[in-house]
Design a protein around this ligand. Structure first.
Ligand code: NDP
Ligand code: MG
Length: 388
């Protein structure tokens, strides 16, 4: 019997994870399910999967959750501290799928309490990859990527030594604005940006895909997960989203991984690693493979990946700065305070600002949280000044 906790159960990844788990033939016990605002769905999942503990991050929803689950013999909790406590429950397998920086500390704590950490929350690696990896090494926790490109790399590696990897190519669909000019992108709104042509995902990652900030995060994620340098990681536009990544080995051979554009395959792989288990999901047909296209990334229209490369070169806490600036800029875009293209400009400014800062460079949780907070303030203030 495997014990499992899912952080961010009500999200896009969380829901797919529960769907995949429901298909497994072996027994499992859900220990923890968490959500933030979607109390109805969390209650529905709780009735179906019978966890020991259910936590809603938004404390104002506590009473509603209790009412929806009245009569059930489970622990019902709310608030940030309760989520972090739930990450301290010892289990076999954890899915870390809370969106944003809020997921980082959850991953870090869970890494100390589970046998396998399935990581969807890419912010964890971007903000504190070395810290998370050190925790996994210390507690002998398997760290498995759920992001499809990184799951693809893991599948291509198939147990081979990292030293044999010369380079990786991460693909990007190009998003809804793949063929837009800069002028056309200037005035797009959030619903246009969230309308991804191939993938169905949460709102924030969908908009990050349109701006290529998602790919930028994935370049940092690949660096952290597979010990690669900046120039070993390439990005290629591939509008069909069928090939998720390609690994080039030191003998010149290259291995690519293909699959449908949904997360079930990557989640199923992380759930059953190092083995595979049957999964009832979409199958690609041979006909769909007839015309696979690839194009170079245009850094002028999509500067996010180049900014991530700059953050990698800067080192220190620049990953946390990069992420915080991107998250704050996205909030401002969603609030219609800034335009779509302003997001990259603000991230660039935040990196400039960080270069001049005298913050401690030590990668501790406290320093990462400090850099996150200060960068959000900086981005917020720089926009307030611009408007004034
Ligand atoms: P969603 O927005 O769909 O879901 C986010 C989840 O986190 C929900 O359960 C939400 O609760 C919860 N949540 C939000 N804010 C908080 C908070 N402050 N504290 C605790 N819980 C919170 O996101 P996705 O599922 O799309 O993405 C999750 C993570 O996985 C992200 O880091 C994303 O980048 C990554 N990822 C996603 C992919 C995808 O295909 N969706 C692919 C690869 C990576 P509620 O809904 O109840 O408010
Ligand atoms: Mg991805």
């Amino acid at each position: 019997m495997r014990s499992i906790s899912i952080f961010g159960a009500t999200g896009s990844i969380g829901q797919t994870t529960l769907d995949v788990i429901a298909q497994q033939s072996d027994d499992f016990q859900i220990q923890v399910l968490t959500g933030n605002g979607n109390v109805e769905l969390l209650a529905e999942q709780t009735r179906r999967f019978q966890p020991n503990t259910v936590v809603i991050a938004d404390e104002t929803k506590h009473a509603q959750l209790e009412k929806l689950l009245s009569g059930m013999d489970i622990v019902i909790q709310s608030g940030r501290d309760a989520i972090l406590d739930a990450a301290r429950v010892d289990v076999d397998w954890v899915m870390s799928a809370v969106v944003g920086f809020a997921g980082f500390e959850i991953s870090l704590i869970a890494a100390q309490h589970c046998k396998t950490l399935a990581l969807a929350n890419k912010e964890s690696l971007v903000c504190g990859g070395p810290l998370l990896r050190a925790a996994c090494a210390k507690y002998e926790t398997n760290l498995l990527p759920v992001d499809s490109e990184h799951s693809a790399i893991l599948q291509c590696l198939n147990g081979e030594e990292l030293e044999t990897v010369e380079r990786v190519i991460i693909t990007a669909s190009g998003g809804p604005f793949r063929e837009f000019t800069l002028d056309q992108m200037r005035d797009v709104n959030a619903s246009q940006a969230a309308a991804h042509p191939n993938w169905s995902m949460g709102q924030r990652i969908s908009i990050d895909s349109a701006s290529m900030f998602n790919k930028a995060m994935e370049v940092i994620e690949a660096k952290e997960l597979f010990d690669l340098s900046n120039d070993q990681i390439e990005v290629l536009i591939h509008p069909q989203s069928i090939i998720h990544s390609i690994v080039g080995f030191n003998d010149g051979n290259m291995v690519a991984q293909m699959g449908p554009a949904n997360m079930a395959g990557a989640i199923g792989y992380a759930l059953n690693w190092p083995n595979r288990a049957p999964l009832d999901q979409q199958r690609l047909t041979a006909k769909e493979l007839v015309s696979l296209e690839f194009n170079e990334l245009d850094d002028t229209r999509f500067p996010a990946v180049a900014l991530a490369r700059r953050a990698i070169d800067m080192g220190g806490l620049s990953g946390a700065v990069f992420n915080a600036a991107k998250e704050q800029a996205l909030d401002l875009f969603l609030a219609q305070r800034i335009g779509f293209l302003d997001m990259a400009a603000l991230v660039e400014r935040a990196l400039d600002h960080y270069m001049l800062s005298e913050w401690s460079q030590d990668m501790t949780l406290a320093n990462i949280q400090f850099a996150d907070e200060k960068t959000r303030e900086f981005v917020q203030n720089s926009i307030t000044k611009d408007v004034a």
